[in-house]
Design a protein around this ligand. Sequence first.
Ligand code: UTP
Length: 474
Amino acid sequence: MSLNLIDENKIKDSFASIGQEQIFRFWGELNRTERSILLNQLEQIDPLECQDAWKEINLLPTPVLNLQPPPAIRSTDPLDTGLVSMHESGEEMLAKGKVAAFTVAGGQGTRLGHNGPKGTFPCTPLKKHSLFQHFAENLSFFTKRFGKCPRWFIMTSQENHTQTRKYFEKNQFFGLDKNRVTFFQQGMMPAFSMDGKILLQEKNQLVMSPNGHGGSLKALVESGSIGLMEEEEIECISYFQVDNPMVYCMDPTFIGLHKASGSEMSSKAVKKLSSEERVGTFVQNGESLQVLEYSDIPQKISKEKLKNGSLRFGLGSIAIHMLERNFVHRVAGSEKTKSQGLKYHGAHKKVCCLDKEGSRVHPSQPNAIKAETFVFDALPLACDPLLVEINREEEFGPIKNPSGSDSCSSSEKLQISRNQRWLKVIGVPERLNKVEISPLFAPTLPYFLEQTSKFPLDLKKLSKESALIELQNT
Ligand code: UTP
């Protein structure tokens, strides 16, 4: 689209008025087409939001005076008989189609360095199914159980949207009804230099990056997904990240607890491994349940110990939430700023960009600040938020890095030990070094117990020490 001179001046003025005139540093070198590419990009960006974001990134953390460990319900044993009624009411919600699954997959996955969207990364120990396939099979289990595929919303970003869609199309949506899977893109924000100047990728193009998983709330509304849920009377959303293959994508017990407590947003928590673990920490700040990001929590607080030696603030966030549809609507419809009232945080990253002379910089140290909002910042805005402590070995095996901690190999090990534990629960005597349990057969421990009580276990031996448990002909 070509813009007239009035529009051009308006855009230039609006960025100059927030001290970002350097965006036009190379204007004189650009031809007509190049100029209109830049102007079209700038038209999509709200200068006031950029200004607010930079201010919020630089706000000193509010002093934390009287933090307390938050109250949490313990649900560390998925087979806890005390929670059976919760499981049943969660199942009822699922059977009535009241719950949608929601995967946030818009991140750049820079640490993993995989060629393609993170969701296409192979994650299971034997079959090497991708994260997306693994989640699709989880949802297929519920399709078979309740006769209808749950709605699945997948948030992508500009960088990986087309590739993600194509991947599902190429794989026939892994057997899911493609009309039940909705992809939508999250918003993007410019990246800043360390002194707050918006960076250029090219002489006529800004460096842009996804606006953080907090952007998912706004994107759910703007994409029409919340409207679709309203039409179908879907009440709540099971939120999970694309990089944790061990997540219970749909967890009836968690859904039941969430509904029974009347909570607008519920979160799962696990015991942190140490005060240094790079996960957010749940705290009670007066009336508010909050998550303090690992970079924001004062050391004195994170290291505090109880008499028994455990961490006083020992509950970490693993980014698994239940969200009420109406809550998302309310929060994301907030007039305050485009960031829907969620504060921007700054992530220090290495970003290729142009320097003042127009030469390309390939930094070896972080040189840029990306502006991101976090979904857990919605917790203090929720009525009656609920925290549920679960067993980390059961549901948390993230894949973030190519090796070492939170990598594919650490996740595989955790998946295998979980599968070994499940087999032990049903009394399988032999110890298999490698075992994979297809989510088509059972996506959670309670379902595994139910399935194996109905059908003889079909261990497909791959070698002396490894086996697959797949869907049986039932
Ligand atoms: P991470 O914070 O681990 O970021 O995202 P990432 O982009 O996947 O990886 P790095 O930091 O570049 O290595 C946690 C989850 O939140 C999603 C990611 O896709 C992942 O599921 N996410 C993150 C978004 O959907 N959008 C974002 O803007 C950021």
